[in-house]
Design a protein around this ligand. Sequence first.
Ligand code: DGL
Length: 294
Amino acid sequence: MTPSPRHASLTMSATAPVGVFDSGLGGLSVLRAIRAQLPDEALIYVADSRYAPYGERDDDFIADRTLAIGQWLVAQGAKALVVACNTATAQSIALVRQQLAIPLVGVEPGIKPAAQISRTRIVGVLATQATLRSIRFQALLDQYGSDCRFLCQPGHGLVEAVEQCDINSDALRTLLQSYLQPMLDAGADTLVLGCTHYPFLDAAIRDIAGEQLTLIDTSIAIAQQLERVLGRHALLASHDSHAGLPRFCSTSDGAHQRQLAALLLQIDAPVEQIEIASRRTAPPEYLSSAEPRP
Ligand code: DGL
């Protein structure tokens, strides 16, 4: 029997890079935490900005792109993959785990920590439409949130704003206020940032909510989880490996990625423009010529 890709053995080296992927620029908030936790790791970051936001896409599209980008990162020599996107994790982590032969770390909204700290037992959740409708998200609520009231709000328009490097405009604040005010009025004391783009809006959220809401951002927990996973597979880079700057890649022109990384992560690195074809995005003639012929 041919082993499934998950069980096929890949010879991976601890000096190989970790692949980090998001629909766009949000995963940079996770990359920031990974660099702080694991400064010796070389990183390749892929922003699928050409097709963001994923949150308004159908489930098959999200799975198709997630798998294609995961496969591309494996082909680039990634030793592990961080799916730094709640939406992609919610819709396709099981499929990607089945198909890729490298260790994987996904992200999910911090429902568990929110339920642990909320005193009013009223918790706001901002996430994409696709995350909120997913079975995985519903399972999280069932598992950890039974005695809390969760006010779940799709963050329509927020990913688009961050993709344009807008983290502070009047229009953005008005939009955020329309999402947060009903939570504040209902007595929420905790807000789950259920999308990796949203930590970049923390200052705007603070201006609206003051100290009433404790923000739950899981990026540090994800970086710690990555450390555990790499350790388990003997893939942690040694302290004398000189990781250098991340390799930044984008399926769009990368201009906003460079700007946001410089502004919020103090990383000034060029962004490679890449093309990653997939079943749902390639022209049919590309796919038929790319498929192996019998
Ligand atoms: N950063 C992605 C997430 O965490 C945004 C998804 C989108 O593109 O809508 O869900």
